[in-house]
Design a protein around this ligand. Structure first.
Ligand code: RB5
Length: 148
C-alpha cells in the first residue's frame, strides 16, 4: 500500500512518527513535506497530498496540522477528495467503512502519538462497505458538480 503524508510545522513531529510507524508496517511512504519547523501554510500541504491521492500517486493520505482542521478543510477543496478530521479510532474506521475517505487528518496538538498510530491503523485496516453507503457517498460527490 502506498501512503502519502504531509503536515505543516504544527504537525511535523507527529508526521515523522507516523512515517516510521508505516514504514515498520512495510508500507511505501511518500512525504510531501513540510520538512522543517519553520512556519508554513497548511493549505499548501493539504492540497499537495490531496492531489497526489487523486492522481493515484499514493493510495491514501494522512495529513497533519495542529488540530487537523485546517489541513482537512484544504484537502477537501480538491475535487474528488473525502478527508475526515478524526481523533478517535471508531471515527477513523467509519471514515473508510461508511464514507470511503481516501484521507484522514490528525491534530498533533489534540491527539497523542500512541492514539494517533491506532487511528492510522484503524483507518488503513478498514474496508469500504459499499451498498447504501456507496449511494450516499455518490450523493456527496454530486454536490461538487453543482453550480451555485
Ligand atoms: C498553525 O499554527 C495552526 O494554525 C495549524 O497547524 C492548524 O492547527 C490549523 O488548522
Amino acid at each position: 500500500m502506498k501512503i502519502g503524508v504531509s503536515s505543516d510545522h504544527g504537525g511535523i513531529n507527529l508526521k515523522e512518527k507516523i512515517k516510521l510507524h508505516l514504514q515498520a508496517r512495510g508500507m511505501e511512504v511518500t512525504d510531501f513535506g513540510t520538512n522543517s519547523l519553520d512556519s508554513v501554510d497548511y493549505p499548501d500541504y493539504g492540497k499537495i497530498l490531496a492531489e497526489a491521492v487523486i492522481s493515484k500517486e499514493v493510495d491514501y493520505g494522512i495529513a497533519i496540522c495542529g488540530t487537523g482542521i485546517g489541513i482537512s478543510l484544504a484537502a477537501n477543496k480538491v475535487k474528488g477528495i473525502r478527508c475526515a478530521n478524526v481523533s478517535d479510532t471508531f471515527s477513523a474506521r467509519m471514515a473508510k467503512m461508511h464514507n470511503n475517505c481516501q484521507m484522514i487528518a490528525l491534530g498533533e496538538r489534540t491527539v497523542g502519538p500512541g492514539l494517533a498510530m491506532d487511528i492510522v491503523d484503524a483507518f488503513l485496516n478498514a474496508e469500504f462497505e459499499g451498498g447504501r453507503h456507496g449511494m450516499r457517498v455518490s450523493k456527496i460527490m454530486e454536490i461538487e458538480k453543482e453550480e451555485i
